[in-house]
Design a protein around this ligand. Structure first.
Ligand code: ZN
Length: 144
């Protein structure tokens, strides 16, 4: 294999490698965007759940106070809340699948808070610097 071929192959390897890193970064971005969207949905459902619970409380209070049946309303709100509870559970599962477990620090193996760039315990940098799209071009330039 002559030197020129070697250089061409090396440059191909580098650009393949860079492409892989770019895809990984894009995949991570996609997952993080999806996770943010699901968390937003989850917050909305949790708020709705809070309203339902407050509504249920009011209905039960009225029922006791007036001594008359609010059963129909209570049943309706109960059914809606149970459905909501299931939806919340589903969303939480989806979010957990997008974020498999808390990240661990490579320096001290402690759990890292979400979105941490540096470990709060030992100060190690825990987030890889973002892969820039212009890196492969720069790497190829060195070969010529
Ligand atoms: Zn650490």
């Amino acid at each position: 294999m002559d030197i020129m071929q070697k250089l061409i192959n090396r440059s191909k390897d580098l650009s393949e490698q860079a492409k892989g890193l770019g895809e990984k970064a894009r995949d991570l971005t996609k997952r993080s965007m999806e996770s943010t969207r699901l968390k937003y949905e989850l917050a909305k459902l949790e708020k709705e759940m809070e309203n339902n619970m407050a509504g249920l409380g009011t209905l039960i209070y009225q029922q006791h106070r007036k001594g008359e049946g609010m059963e129909e309303d209570i049943q309706r709100l109960m059914a809606a809340s149970q459905k909501l509870e299931q939806e919340i559970k589903n969303l939480e599962e989806q979010i957990a699948n997008l974020n498999p477990g808390p990240a661990l620090c490579k320096g001290c193996a402690r759990e890292l808070p979400e979105g941490a760039v540096y470990c709060p315990n030992c100060g190690s940098r825990v987030v890889e610097p973002i892969v820039k799209e212009d890196r492969p071009a720069a790497a190829q330039k060195e070969d010529f």
